[in-house]
Design a protein around this ligand. Structure first.
Ligand SMILES: [Zn+2]
Length: 513
């Protein structure tokens, strides 16, 4: 598309998307030339020095460019210019309306976040989409239709069983409705309460409908623990039967029984990919989860030594469970259960039960960190070309991944550990999620693409969010542009809210009336 036509097109698009912006104000052409940046263009190609011109929300020039007379310029010497990061698994659905500036997200370089993961989405989608169009956020947003959400629409509270054929037909119909209301595809969370009762054929039926509209299937599979391999095989068979591209959410081997089996897990996926299954995955860059003390005992027998022993064994031992907050006894905080057991001359199981009882007596529960993965598995997953970066966090997430995911990968996995090159890490944050979503015009720096851009310092970029302080913002992300507007600058949100709701082809949606 030529420069002029692009500008005209953008004008129409912008005016249609933001009716308050008059044609008159759009007539004064403004552009910005970003000079001297090292370009990581999103494709994974080696970095190169180049300038980038943006105007009317788009990238309109890349290469050796000189400033036009009076044109605004930005000297980006020493900084990397990359496409804005796309977080395909983000839980900001509700928080976004309370916190549309989303500082914890844009401060990481995220310019588009995708909600509706794990089978749980807003409903009806159209109402949520319209609200977001009327009160835009600082960044772009896309949404999936949740399988569990739709299942509950059809089955109500009677969901603890397989669906009948007539119910599945209704779920197909609602999936079609959601796809017409800008859903990017179908998401599922088969390990959770509502989704877990569904049979494979129910998911296949709904995924087929999503596929017809160009959607994908994004899934938190049925098991990430001892039955991980069965769950993976079910997922692949859904992809094959429904002929739908797959996004495997937060790829994980979550218990001691499967730790270290990443090579075998990867082999199953590679074999499926060779058979033509369009399989990609995302992985959050942390080896631990944050929750409450009791969550580790699935049968809820918190004072039964047998159940507690099995739970601690699955975690790889009591040393993998650390108390973060416990108001009845602050002295426990910062210590793991194995250490506390030694101090108090108890067995690990006895110590756990004591923590449960002390908590119950005070009508509270300890906050804990548990180990979910081992580093060699995370590294193996991150080094697969089909694995992208995603947070599984979001605004106000109590886990450091909510505010730290993308800088953590750049600062720790790239700069400190050398697991990935910088261009490859950027590809995993940009063009790979864009490819998964079938977006041609985001996730890459080239003429004609939307100007979602991030400028960061490769020598300093780092996360600061920890389990004790999960809301601390990252540093080293210097400037962030969304649809050409500066939203993050020198450690602060600018207050601009140029975000769009993005549909199946990556375009700003015009679904306004
Ligand atoms: Zn999940």
């Amino acid at each position: 598309m030529c420069y002029r036509r692009l500008i005209l097109f953008s004008c129409i698009l912008l005016c249609a998307s933001f009716p308050l912006l008059s044609l008159h104000s759009a007539q004064a052409p403004t552009s910005l030339l970003i000079l001297n940046a090292q370009l990581a263009d999103g494709t994974g190609a080696p970095m190169r020095k180049a300038s980038v011109r943006i105007a009317y929300g788009h990238i309109v020039g890349v290469g050796e460019l000189d400033a036009d007379k009076g044109e605004a310029t930005l000297d980006a010497k020493g900084l990397v210019l990359a496409p804005g990061f796309i977080d395909i698994h983000n839980h900001s659905t509700d928080e976004l309306q309370k916190d549309p500036l989303a500082e914890s997200q844009i401060s990481q370089g995220i310019t588009t976040l995708i909600v509706g993961a794990d089978g749980d989405s807003p409903w009806p989608l159209i109402g949520w989409v319209r609200t977001l169009q009327q009160y835009p956020a600082s960044l772009n947003v896309g949404v999936f239709a949740g399988h569990a959400t739709i299942r509950e629409q059809v089955m109500g509270k009677d969901f603890k069983r397989a669906a009948k054929p007539e119910e599945i037909r209704q779920m197909e119909m609602l999936t079609r409705t959601a796809m017409n209301q800008l859903a990017l595809g179908l998401s599922s969370g088969l390990e959770y309460e509502v989704g877990s009762y569904s049979e494979t054929k129910e998911i296949v039926a709904m995924a087929k409908v999503a596929a017809e509209s160009g959607g994908i299937y994004m899934t938190h599979i049925r098991d990430e623990a001892d039955k991980s391999f069965d769950a993976l095989n079910e997922e692949i068979s859904i992809g094959e039967q429904a002929h739908i591209p797959i996004e495997h959410s937060h790829i994980k081997l979550g218990t001691v029984g499967v730790w270290g089996q990443a090579p075998q897990y990867i082999k199953v996926i590679e074999d499926a990919r060779k058979r033509g299954v369009d399989f990609l995955a995302d992985c959050y860059p942390y080896d631990a989860w944050f929750s409450n003390l009791k969550v580790i005992v699935p049968d809820k027998q918190y004072e039964n030594p047998k159940s507690v022993k099995k739970a601690l064994d699955d975690l790889g031992g009591a040393s993998h469970l650390t108390i973060i907050e416990f108001s009845p006894n602050r002295a426990y905080e910062g210590h793991n259960v194995a250490d506390l057991a030694k101090t108090h001359k108890l067995s690990d199981v006895e110590m756990y039960i004591r923590l449960v009882r002390e908590g119950d007596a005070a009508n509270t529960e300890a906050s804990v960190i548990g180990q979910s993965m081992i580093e060699s598995d995370i590294k193996a997953f991150y080094q697969q070309p089909w694995v992208m970066v995603a947070s599984d966090g979001g605004i106000n997430s109590a886990h450091p991944r909510g505010a730290g995911t993308f800088p953590h990968v750049l600062g720790v996995f790239v700069r400190e550990k050398h697991w990935l090159t910088l261009p490859e890490a950027v590809r995993k944050m940009t063009s790979l999620p864009a490819q998964r979503l079938n977006w041609q015009n985001r996730g890459v720096i080239r003429e004609g693409a939307f100007a979602d851009l991030v400028l960061f310092n490769p020598d300093t970029v780092i996360d600061h969010a920890t389990f004790a302080h999960p809301y601390t913002l990252s540093t080293g992300i210097e400037k962030v542009f969304v649809n050409g507007a500066l939203v993050w600058d020198a450690g602060k949100a600018t207050g601009a809210r140029p975000g769009s709701v993005v549909g199946v082809r990556g375009n700003v949606s015009l679904l306004l009336n």
